[in-house]
Design a protein around this ligand. Structure first.
Ligand code: CMC
Length: 436
């Protein structure tokens, strides 16, 4: 919990006509500064306009720090590189939610809780049966998160601490993986695999996805490592579109499960979590048509064409995305150790090379983001492309939970932005026309 008084670092002066008002400047741990406008409307009747919230800090948070210019990402003070090197996803999830890395005892208790809450209520099988085989897995995920609450009344709570919160969070982190695997099984006309309590988090997910009757899926250690890494790299990313959605929805004091189900919907779009699927579609298309890469680069640069180089650019990272660097290394390692050859990887590397030396991309600071290589990694594990955003949502769950919790603990007011109305001025109702 922050102390606003201690964060104050001087004043900014705002001049409106002849009126001057002083606004506090707040300073964060890493020296980042923000003008506190929380009293602006009360003092001046003015609001600020900031479409896309590019310049708006919606909260003061202890969870994640990003410096987009320097390519820094830290969770609770730990660099993403160290977390990716030394942790499993479950440990990073604990860190993000509770603020500290777990002690061995805490890690064990957390794992036990995840195991306890991993299976789905038997009635939920009927819900899955109701979806057509081609139902988008993100729609299933969002719907099933809400449906789960209907069968576990204990999840209808807004506790942000204590055992009730611990259980709700564990239900969510654990069940999201089962829902994801079952969505895949349903789409492929396969029977559902229940979680195996003897398997670790990622192994268990792959077992639920790929085990067949009398043919248990055996997880290659490199594949398990790669999946852990993928989930760690997606675990939180401060106030992105889906996390802001979770906060906004949760600010009406709705439940954790319903808030994150809104997060899943926000993540689905191709500009956010759907980008990994879009990258694979783009690379497959390039491969199939056999057209020169310069053709696609020119299309992406053409202002009259909506085509974008998917997996390039980021609202925050303007030099490089540290997650993309880590992921690219892992992809290379995996391809070597599993001796795989994928033409899409070659195309991706060439495309990156060309884009990084092109003035259009250099001037706009457009670099490969995490999604540029994540689809290739998931494809190697055998995950179909429709499931990529679902995997992203499993990874992002700790971040959503932690942000929802922080917002409640800080007693945020309900989220309710303002607007500037620019529609028709008041006019007479056309009573004559309506009567004809
Ligand atoms: N290809 C071609 N041009 C681009 C691209 C791209 N991928 N991204 C941005 N631009 C151009 C854009 O046309 C604009 O040019 P101009 O200044 O001439 O009008 C300029 O760069 C700034 O773009 P913007 O859309 O204003 O930037 P933004 O910060 O609003 O958008 C973005 C960030 C990620 C939505 C955007 O870069 C994009 O659409 N990238 C492709 C989709 C993608 O890979 N999304 C995954 C994001 S990372 C995962 C996550 O964290 O969610």
């Amino acid at each position: 919990m922050y102390d606003r008084e201690k964060m104050k670092e001087g004043k900014a002066t705002l001049e409106i006509g002849k009126k001057k008002i002083k606004l506090d400047i707040l300073k964060g741990t890493e020296g980042e500064l923000g003008i506190d406008i929380s009293q602006l409307r009360a003092k001046t009747k003015l609001i600020t306009v900031d479409e896309g919230y590019c310049n708006t800090g919606s909260c003061i948070s202890d969870i994640t720090f990003i410096n987009g210019e320097k390519g820094i990402l830290r969770h609770r003070g730990y660099g993403i590189e160290a977390l990716a090197e030394n942790c499993r996803f479950v440990e990073v999830a604990y860190l993000i939610i509770y603020g500290e890395l777990p002690t061995p005892k805490q890690a064990q208790n957390f794992s036990l809780l995840l195991e306890k809450h991993s299976d789905l209520h038997s009635s939920l099988i009927n819900h899955f049966e109701g979806f057509p085989p081609d139902a988008p897995p993100m729609a299933i995920m969002s719907a099933m998160l809400n449906a789960t609450m209907c069968l576990h009344k204990e999840l209808l709570n807004t506790s942000s601490k204590g055992k009730v919160f611990d259980n709700t969070a564990a239900h969510l982190i654990s069940k999201v993986r089962t829902i994801a695997a079952w969505a895949y099984r349903k789409a492929n006309g396969l029977t559902f695999n229940h979680p195996n309590p003897f398997l670790k988090y990622c192994e268990n997910f792959l077992h639920m996805m790929f085990s067949m009757p009398y043919n248990e899926y055996v997880v290659h250690p490199d594949v398990e490592k790669a999946l852990n890494l993928f989930l760690i790299l997606h675990a939180d990313h401060e106030q992105n579109c889906s996390t802001s959605s979770v906060r906004l929805v949760g600010s009406s004091h709705t439940y954790l499960f319903s808030s994150v189900s809104a997060g899943v919907c926000a993540l689905w779009g191709p500009l956010h979590g759907g980008a990994n699927t879009a990258v694979i579609k783009m690379l497959t298309d390039i491969h199939k048509t056999g057209k020169k890469l310069s053709h696609y680069i020119e299309m992406a640069k053409d202002k009259d064409n909506d085509y974008r180089l998917m997996g390039f650019g980021h609202r925050v990272y303007k030099n490089f995305d540290p997650r993309a660097r880590i992921l690219k290394k892992q992809v290379d390692k995996m391809f070597e150790s599993l001796q795989i050859d994928d033409p899409l990887l070659e195309i991706a590397k060439k495309l990156e090379e060309i884009a990084l030396t092109d003035d259009y991309f250099i001037e706009r600071k457009l670099y490969p983001n995490i999604d540029f290589y994540s689809g290739i990694l998931l494809r190697t594990i055998g995950i179909p492309k429709e499931m990529y955003p679902v995997l992203f949502s499993i990874g992002r769950m700790p971040g959503w939970i932690s942000n929802w919790r922080e917002m409640l603990m800080q007693k945020h007011p309900i989220g309710r932005p303002r607007q500037i109305y620019n529609g028709p001025a008041p006019r007479d109702f056309p009573i004559d026309k309506m009567n004809k």
